[in-house]
Design a protein. Structure first.
Length: 221
């Protein structure tokens, strides 16, 4: 009887070790599964864009607000006057911005806008320019996300719709996520500066929230 009483703690200790090991293994498997299923805590996003993204006389622009509100790392490479075809400040279009954006080592390159391409009457060159930007991003090893141009009133000018349709077609043909920012237009005259060329700070804030909501839907599932 004495020997049995002494053996019980030994057996219990061994069982406890096995139980702890089993629990640790199960916990590790569960943790790994959760990590694989969970969205990344922080995204690295580089933004390519035009006047609405570069800003003018704004205290803050939407990419900065996007970073502040989400905790993501957001680098802004937008230039005024730029487009898929239109040359921006310094004579550089979106494809040039993509080259610079890759230097930030982003997970995603988010291309937004295209209003300056409204000066081009043909859809095909705009579509080709969008495809060129997409291919450059993909070949660089990053993932592209596209948001079309937005506007501040309805009906939307035909030239703006034409650019949106061309970019959407490029995204669809290459399997890239695309967000139509014209249905309905995101902005309003109240959210534009007096000359209606740039969003106000309030407009920039709205853009940040719209972009954040969509990126969460497309990326942080």
């Amino acid at each position: 009887m004495t020997r049995r009483r002494r053996a019980l703690p030994i057996v219990s200790a061994a069982a406890a070790v096995i139980l702890v090991a089993a629990l640790a293994t199960a916990s590790a498997i569960a943790r790994r599964s959760n990590e694989e299923a969970a969205p990344p805590r922080s995204l690295r996003i580089a933004v390519v864009g035009d006047d609405y993204t570069a800003g003018r006389q704004n205290r803050v622009v939407w990419p900065t607000l996007l970073a502040q509100r989400t905790g993501w790392s957001v680098s802004n490479f937008a230039l005024p006057g730029a487009g898929y075809l239109a040359d921006g400040a310094g004579g550089y279009a979106f494809t040039y911005q993509v080259d610079r954006a890759r230097g930030a080592d982003p997970d995603f390159i988010l291309v937004v806008g295209g209003l300056k391409d409204t000066g081009f009457p043909e859809v095909a060159p705009i579509n080709a320019g969008a495809i060129a930007a997409i291919h450059k991003i993909v070949l660089g090893g990053e993932r592209p996300l596209l948001i079309g141009p937005t506007w501040y009133e309805t009906p939307v000018p035909e030239a703006v719709s034409r650019v949106s349709d061309a970019v959407q077609s490029a995204a669809k043909s290459t399997g890239v996520p695309y967000l139509d920012a014209l249905d309905p237009p995101w902005l309003s005259p109240r959210l534009m500066q007096a000359d209606l060329a740039y969003p106000t700070d309030e407009g920039q804030s709205l853009l940040a929230d719209r972009v954040a909501a969509w990126v969460r839907t497309e990326v942080v599932r």
